[in-house]
Design a protein around this ligand. Structure first.
Ligand SMILES: Cc1cc2nc3c(=O)[nH]c(=O)nc-3n(C[C@H](O)[C@H](O)[C@H](O)COP(=O)(O)OP(=O)(O)OC[C@H]3O[C@@H](n4cnc5c(N)ncnc54)[C@H](O)[C@@H]3O)c2cc1C
Length: 502
């Protein structure tokens, strides 16, 4: 076992570890501890407690906000040395080191055992943040969220007396640590302790059956409706068709459970609105179903053309205007993503129904913005995600049919104010009648904790009576606070939107 590596600002590897993917955020810790086993994590946390240092953990560095890069953090834990993906025969589950990235997990699970987890598409996302916040991807309508496959977690925690220890918490309701497991099914990263290992299992007790198998092949399809061909009515129809289709096909036994689509709605400075679809090619009549879906989304709108790299930099995918059939592992890698060194800001909303006419009008108005790398992305939701009760996991959003994500990317820090102003005002306008945020009601259901947004805690931007805690966690917040009080009574693990002590 390698010795823990302690890096300071003079070490060449330091800069890469303290810098987040989102270039708005770079930390300044005195020490970075690169750790390779649980004992080293216990030692590093004990050192932080003993010396009164604020601590944070970095997983894949993909956090949307600057939680890890907080200037008050002086000891940063980097568990990238704890990244193995193994079959643990004793637990009958896959043991995944908390420093692994999604891409490494997908490769190891599929190559060795033919199975997968229904996680996100970006391969450099870390499991440390992703698994603790929910973990959604193109297989989620078929197989639920990643947390729906979480069997156990090992967490390094700090007691009221300052003692540091590692505990294993499982999904067994008889486990005295069960609540700590539950808090890791959507309570978000950086709140209860340092996760060192996740165990995943949802099926049988052999490695080939413990997790779902991905479809052997999928259809990929991507088209764009150019702005030049979209009048006001065409814009409204696209959004309305996409929303109503998802309302009608949200059941997990629907023939379309194997379909996941993203409607990418960029500003008018990009080429047009794109529809990117993945469909399980092994499902009965898959190709016909896919073609019918694309036709329904585009019904009443000028026919779409091929999606090209000009369709907006962030929307780029290889052309697939005619459906292309690919093996799962290749399709999965196409969307793997890369670090373009950009600054970014994001916002989210869950939708139980499609957008209202007033919301569509607000979205349309916000797209008159002379910057091509800004968009609203609408993702397919529902299916197996909604078969789980909202209180069964800490992640509560179990009856939405769409997930909406506003995004803006830029390179020059001098442009921060203008792009932040754009995304803030665009979002506020859509939810103008609810205090600027997607307060839960018959149509909306709050925000995704894995897409954190500090504006939700800012009274200037959230003028509703609904706090950020309720937007992320709904009725589950009270139980999360109890878990926090029990397992992190000194609030050692905290950030701008971590679960608060009761
Ligand atoms: C390009 C991109 C694509 C994405 N795609 C998807 C997607 O398809 N689906 C989806 O659901 N989400 C997606 N996300 C969101 C992603 O799930 C979250 O940003 C996630 O929190 C990132 O985890 P990380 O470990 O990479 O980030 P980090 O910034 O390293 O960590 C995020 C938070 O988790 C904490 N944390 C990390 N490791 C640990 C640990 N071991 N123990 C305790 N706390 C820890 C950190 O302290 C921090 O608070 C995407 C994000 C990006 C940037």
């Amino acid at each position: 076992m390698a010795e823990a590596l302690i890096l300071g600002p003079a070490d060449p590897a330091y800069a890469d570890t303290v810098r987040a993917l989102n270039r708005r955020f770079t930390g300044k810790p005195d020490e970075v501890h690169r750790v390779y086993d649980t004992g080293q994590v216990v030692a590093a946390v004990a050192r932080a407690v003993r010396t009164g240092r604020r601590i944070a953990v970095r997983g894949g560095g993909h956090c949307y906000e600057g939680f890890v890069a907080d200037p008050e953090v002086s000891l940063l834990l980097d568990p990238s040395g704890l990244a193995s993906v193994e079959w643990d025969a004793a637990r009958g589950a896959f043991a995944i080191g908390a420093g692994a990235t999604l891409g490494a997990v997908y490769r190891a699970l599929f190559k060795n055992w033919g199975v997968t987890v229904p996680g996100g598409s970006c391969h450099s996302v870390g499991v440390g943040g992703h698994f603790t916040g929910g973990g959604y991807g193109v297989l989620s309508r078929r197989h639920g969220l990643t947390v729906d496959h979480l069997h156990a977690v090992e967490v390094v925690v700090v007691g009221a007396d300052g003692q540091v220890r590692a505990v294993v918490a499982t999904d067994d309701p008889a486990d005295p640590h069960h609540d700590l497991w539950w808090a890791h099914t959507g309570g978000g990263g950086g709140t209860f302790g340092v996760v060192t290992r996740f165990w995943l299992r949802s099926g049988g007790t052999s490695p080939e059956t413990a997790l779902p198998a991905p479809p052997a092949e999928v259809w990929l399809h991507a088209v764009t409706w150019p702005w030049a061909s979209l009048d006001r009515d065409g814009f409204d129809r696209l959004l309305d068709n996409f929303g109503s289709w998802h309302e009608r096909h949200a059941a997990s036994d629907d023939p379309y459970a194997g379909l996941a689509a993203a409607l990418l709605v960029p500003t008018r400075a990009a080429a047009g609105i794109s529809l990117r679809t993945t469909m399980d090619a092994t499902a009965p009549d898959a190709e016909q179903l896919l073609r019918a879906f694309v036709a329904e989304v585009g019904a009443g709108v000028t026919p779409a053309g091929p999606m090209t790299r000009d369709s907006g930099k962030i929307a780029a995918l290889p052309e697939a205007a005619a459906p292309r059939r690919l093996r799962w592992q290749w399709a999965n890698q196409l969307a793997a993503g890369s670090d373009l060194g950009l600054r970014a800001k994001y916002k989210s909303a869950f939708l139980r129904r499609g957008f209202t006419p007033a919301q569509r009008a607000a979205i349309r108005a916000s797209l008159e913005y002379a910057h091509p790398d800004a968009q609203l992305q609408l993702d397919s939701f529902g299916g197996a995600i909604n078969d789980v009760a909202p209180e069964a996991t800490a992640y509560p959003h179990r009856d939405s049919v769409l997930k909406a994500q506003w995004q803006v990317y830029w390179a020059d820090p001098a442009d921060d104010d203008r792009h932040l102003a754009w995304i803030r005002s665009s979002y506020r306008a859509v939810f103008a009648d609810r205090g600027g945020v997607p307060v839960a009601d018959a149509q909306l259901d709050g925000c995704y904790v894995n897409y954190p947004d500090v504006d939700l805690s800012d009274p200037d931007w959230n003028t509703s009576a609904t706090s950020w805690t309720e937007l992320y966690f709904g009725a589950n917040y009270a139980r999360l606070q109890q878990v926090k009080a029990h397992w992190d009574p000194t609030d050692t693990f905290r950030h701008a939107q971590s679960v608060r002590l009761p």
